[in-house]
Write a protein that binds this ligand. Structure first.
Ligand SMILES: [Zn+2]
Length: 184
């Protein structure tokens, strides 16, 4: 059986330009990372399924609505699809950091929900690409391969010490190196 690995993707700072200290509340504020289309097209060849897992506490803080987020994700999905890439599902945590939910990364709730929706997901045959400690921690908890993309400025010192599997400057860089790091 040709069973390609699964990829979990962080959104802000990986798929789109981060807006430090603010939330992406409208499609206009969602600026794709350079080379996103090419990256997603290549990743879609190498990974069987691709999921976005994103913390969006701006909803819990009532700075934006679920409808706003859906509009942002429609733009994101259109850009990816027009480049020949795909996403299988987008999972988001709408809760504030003090809500004690089980889905805000580094908690594993969003990945576990993906496994409910797609039961053949094998976390030990999955990868996570993100820019923050919480993304890498989610990956560690579920036994995924971890790929640090650039790294959040305010976490760079701690991120340097994390035992991640791969480090790349951008999602495109990761996608372009896949032929070198596969087969896994
Ligand atoms: Zn949550």
């Amino acid at each position: 059986m040709n069973f390609l690995p699964t990829l979990f993707l962080d959104r802000d700072g990986v798929m789109n330009v981060r807006t430090p200290g603010d939330y992406v509340k409208t499609p206009a504020e969602w600026i794709p990372a350079e080379g996103l289309g090419e990256a997603m097209q290549q990743l879609s060849v190498s990974f069987g399924r691709i999921f976005v897992v994103t913390n969006q506490a701006g909803i819990g803080k009532e700075l934006m609505t679920k409808r706003d987020l859906a509009a942002v994700h429609l733009k994101m999905t259109e850009i990816i699809q027009s480049a020949g890439g795909h996403l299988d599902a987008i999972y988001y945590c709408p809760h504030r950091s003090d809500a004690g939910c089980d889905c805000r990364k580094p908690a594993t709730g969003m990945a576990l929900r993906a496994k409910v929706d797609f039961p053949d997901i094998d976390f030990t045959h999955s990868w996570i690409a993100g820019d923050s400690i919480s993304d890498m921690e989610l990956g560690f908890r579920l036994g995924m391969r971890t790929v640090l993309i650039h790294g959040k400025e305010e976490e760079l010192e701690q991120l340097a010490a994390l035992p991640v599997d791969f480090r790349f400057d951008s999602l495109l860089d990761f996608a372009r190196h896949l032929t070198r790091i596969f087969p896994i």
